[in-house]
Design a protein around this ligand. Structure first.
Ligand SMILES: Nc1ncnc2c1ncn2[C@@H]1O[C@H](COP(=O)(O)OP(=O)(O)OP(=O)(O)O)[C@@H](O)[C@H]1O
Length: 328
């Protein structure tokens, strides 16, 4: 048996530019991804990183320009129908008919999968109960909360007991409680041996759920590993300096870049600058001294362990834009 539930190699996809209309946009620039059987793998990236494009290719809804996709040992490009039968896909935009009750929605999907009337009803009963929708089973699903609709959508993707489940941003737009409920369901799913690939913009979500995280930005993989490995590989501490009054931005960035161990960055309209530093206080002291020698006054500074968001920002803010590169 293959070690991987999903194996993706060298995926590229460029949109647009057909019939002379619009500039072509390279959404994927050679993505590799391996999801081990029985694990949760998070594809993490900011808006427009290429997450949905990747999962659409894996789900056989979109053909890549180049690359290979294997799902449970089947070549997805050669035999998409077989792959479709072995995966469940649950999307950002829940495929739920609001006029049908939760139970009717599930029974309809089960019928579409070819289950006989009685078996379809029984499977719907089972999933309604597993997904804690019993109280709402006979209400039109348009009356459901966002969290309930997501649960119903996820339940629908599990009708045929797929070995691989792909979840595209399963908790975007949910409140913290809805998010945690979804996490519990996903953990439960994987405990039964299902392999899960989920896309997310939330590092916290990847941290909570995923065995392995692949970070993608502008269509390229920028990091891969366990949450702990990503945090350890990202520079261990972050120096923040607050600048007093006017300062020479280019010189400041040059000093931070020289002594820091990563790209300096600043949030919009802020006098504070951040740079990862490899040697904690020693690097911080060297930077403050160098800034002072260059005539720039630091009004305040802190040396902190990076937050998860800082790790993410640091990883994704330095990715070269393949489209800009090509245009240059
Ligand atoms: N059908 C399409 N035609 C043209 N461009 C597209 C198409 N689909 C996606 N893109 C572009 O490809 C890039 C990657 O999009 P994709 O939806 O995969 O990103 P994402 O990481 O899923 O983002 P989000 O978190 O916003 O859903 C974006 O720049 C997007 O505008």
């Amino acid at each position: 048996m293959d070690e991987y539930a999903i194996e993706v190699s060298g995926l590229t996809k460029t949109f647009g530019g057909t019939f002379g209309r619009g500039e072509p946009h390279r959404a994927l620039g050679g993505v590799d991804l391996q999801v081990k059987r029985g694990t949760v793998h998070a594809l993490l990236g900011p808006n427009g990183a290429g997450k949905t494009t990747t999962v659409r290719v894996i789900s056989t809804l979109l053909k890549p320009d180049e690359g290979t996709v294997t799902v449970l040992g089947t070549d997805a490009l050669a035999d998409p129908a077989k792959v479709r039968r072995s995966i469940g896909v649950s999307g950002q935009y829940a495929a739920v008919d609001g006029n049908l009750t939760g139970w009717e929605n599930l029974r309809m999907v089960a019928r579409l999968y070819g289950l006989k009337r009685k078996a379809a009803g029984a499977r719907a009963d089972e999933l309604i109960s597993d997904f804690r929708l019993s109280d709402a089973r006979d209400r039109p699903s348009r009356t459901y909360s966002g969290g309930m609709r997501r649960r119903l959508d996820l339940a629908g993707s599990l009708i045929a007991r797929p070995g691989v489940v792909i979840l595209d941003e399963p908790t975007t737009g949910l409140d913290p409680r809805g998010r945690r409920e979804m996490w519990a369901l996903i953990e439960n799913l994987v405990s039964t041996g299902t392999s899960v690939l989920l896309t997310t913009q939330y590092l916290e979500e990847a941290d909570a759920l995923a065995d392995i995280i692949t970070v993608i930005d502008k269509g390229v993989v920028v990091a891969k590993g366990t949450a702990a490995e990503l945090k350890a590989a990202s520079q261990s501490t972050l120096l923040t300096v607050e600048m007093a009054g006017g300062y020479d931005r280019d010189r400041l960035v040059a000093v931070l870049a020289e002594y820091g161990s990563g790209e300096p960055y600043s949030h919009a309209h802020s006098m504070a600058w951040h740079v990862p530093v490899a040697h904690g206080n020693a690097s911080a002291a060297a930077i403050i001294q160098a800034l002072s020698e260059s005539g720039m006054t630091v009004s305040d500074f802190t040396v902190d362990a990076p937050t998860l968001d800082d790790v993410f920002l640091n990883l994704t803010s330095t990715t070269p834009d393949k489209n800009e590169e090509r245009a240059a």
